[in-house]
Structure formats: C-alpha cells, structure tokens
Ligand binder design. Structure first.
Ligand code: AMP
Ligand code: ZN
Length: 114
C-alpha cells in the first residue's frame, strides 16, 4: 500500500534494523523500544488492523506467533518470558495501520498493561 510505513519497510524503501525476513514476514527492531528487546513482526501483505483479518490469513497469523517464539528463544528470553501484543485501533494505541505483533522481553512486564 503506497502510503503505509510498514509496507515501505517491507519493501526496503525505509531502513529498519531487520532481524528476520522470509517470503511472508519481516521482523525489525522497534524504533522506540519499550523493553530491552522490542521487535515488530509484520506480514509482507498489507492488512490494516486485526478487524480486517480474513480466514485465508489464519496460517499467516499463526506463523507470526511461531516466529515470535523463535526470535524470543534465539535472543535468550524463552525461559524468563516475553510478551506479544497486537494493538487494534485508537483505544489500544495503534499508530501504524499495518498489523504488527509486538514482541517485548528483557524486563519484568507489568500486568495489567496501562
Ligand atoms: P502501534 O502503536 O501498536 O501501532 O505500534 C507501532 C510501533 O511502530 C511503535 O511501537 C513505534 O515505535 C514503531 N515504529 C514507528 N515507526 C517505526 C520505524 N520507522 N521503525 C521501527 N519501528 C517504528
Ligand atoms: Zn502496509
């Protein structure tokens, strides 16, 4: 999608600290990290919010969760723990309208979130 920040990162038009890329997903460091390890996992395909997901994307979303677990493990956070978050729309604080899974680790994370 022409005006989408994460589509531009996926396409390589805007630089990012990429930690993983494959045919379907790209993962990169959040520019404003909220934990010592904060990665965003995004599909190459443009989907604006969780509300826009359709059943044909079920495997894609599953692969996002499995990639999060793999990246957390590879970074040494699997045992102590980590958090994955999708923010959807304004009340949740979504600011980029291209779905992304936040992967946060490296500190004790409060619950409930703010
Ligand atoms: P959300 O608020 O859930 O939509 O998350 C969007 C996230 O994208 C925020 O945590 C931002 O810090 C992050 N972000 C915005 N621009 C960039 C960028 N150019 N590179 C990496 N992360 C970004
Ligand atoms: Zn996009």
């Amino acid at each position: 999608m022409a005006d989408c920040l994460f589509c531009k990162i996926v396409a390589g038009d805007i630089p990012a600290a990429i930690v993983h890329r494959d045919d379907a997903l790209v993962a990169f460091r959040d520019i404003n990290p909220q934990a010592p390890f904060h990665v965003l996992i995004v599909p190459r395909a443009h989907v604006a919010t969780l509300n826009d997901l359709t059943p044909d994307r079920d495997a894609l979303v599953g692969s996002m969760a499995r990639l999060a677990a793999r990246l957390a493990r590879d970074a040494g956070h699997a045992e102590r723990g980590y958090r994955t978050v999708f923010n959807c729309n304004a009340d949740a604080g979504q600011t980029v309208w291209h779905i992304h899974m936040h992967l946060l680790a490296g500190r004790r994370l409060a619950w409930p979130p703010g």
